[in-house]
Write a protein that binds this ligand. Structure first.
Ligand code: ATP
Length: 272
């Protein structure tokens, strides 16, 4: 389904993404790990056209999405939703309107300005929020929600697009461990239940091991590891992160104790 061939992005002389190649068949959950500056975000941004490539191809069912322009690129972007570390919601807008913004580019501007949405779209947005356990938050302003709830709204907005691929750029980097787990469980459910491919940049090894079918390790723009979580030993991780013998896995762990969260009830249900 996804065939990346020598994808490259240069910023001046520097290759942020350096001849990256990989194939992914079917709806896998792929994690990308690597130290800061390894090229993870740039690669995801190339995938959905936010950053134009300098070379290579990204073929999705034989079509090179790096070559798309205009309406074709916008059509691809609606099939390839993106989730960001900082959620990127409209803070003062209510939750359901934020979710409806997932299909903004399918609407006339005047309809959006007047906040006129077809009943069927509103119902679908509410159904998605209900599935993610946050339907009761629908009328609230996005800024009134906890970080974990806001990220679930961002996931709901992505689902509104009915995408084939979800790209998540450090989706849990701003969250406490319990909310991080809820968000990762949510992404995993979408992957398994809906058959949508998920590609997530992750900053913690334990998260990559726990949730991913496959892990890609990047270093200096290149793929230096491509395997299943069981192959991700401490030694391999040390190579990916370019760390020395003092490399300590706990530095990339989410296992920080916490006892407070606005999401405790939902967490209990999800984790039961
Ligand atoms: N717009 C840009 N202009 C110039 N250089 C850039 C730009 N975006 C990224 N870079 C450089 O490309 C390299 C890869 O950056 P990128 O953000 O993709 O890495 P990353 O692995 O996602 O790191 P982080 O986890 O810190 O986000 C870095 O050296 C970065 O400084």
């Amino acid at each position: 389904m996804l065939d990346v061939r020598s994808a490259t992005k240069l910023f001046g002389q520097k290759a942020a993404v350096d001849h990256v190649s990989m194939t992914v068949d079917g709806p896998a959950f792929v994690g990308i790990i690597g130290r800061s500056g390894a090229g993870k975000s740039t690669f995801l941004r190339m995938m959905n056209g936010l950053t134009p490539a300098s070379g290579g191809q990204i073929l999705v069912e034989g079509r090179d999405i790096l070559a798309l322009r205009g309406a074709d690129m916008r059509a691809w972007q609606s099939q390839c939703a993106m989730i960001f570390q900082q959620f990127n919601l409209v803070p003062r807008m209510d939750v359901v309107s934020n979710v409806l913004h997932g299909i903004l580019n399918r609407r006339a501007t005047w309809q959006t300005v007047l906040n006129l949405w077809p009943r069927a779209d509103i119902i679908r947005a509410l159904e998605i929020l209900d599935r993610l356990g946050i339907a009761e938050q629908a009328p609230k302003r996005a800024e009134a929600l906890s970080g974990g709830q806001q990220q679930r709204v961002a996931i709901a907005r992505a689902l509104m697009q009915d995408p084939r691929i979800i790209l998540a750029d450090e989706p849990i980097a701003s969250l406490d461990p319990m909310n991080a787990q809820i968000v990762m469980d949510t992404l995993k459910r979408i992957n398994v239940e809906d058959g949508r491919m998920v590609i997530a940049n992750l900053h913690t090894l334990d998260t990559a091991r726990r949730y991913c079918d496959r892990v890609i390790g990047m270093r200096d723009g290149r793929v230096v590891f491509d395997g299943v979580p069981a192959q991700l030993t401490t030694g391999v991780a040390r190579d990916i992160y370019g760390a020395d013998a003092d490399f300590n896995e706990s530095a990339t762990s989410t296992a920080i104790p916490t006892d407070t969260s606005a999401d405790a009830e939902y967490a209990a249900r999800m984790l039961a």
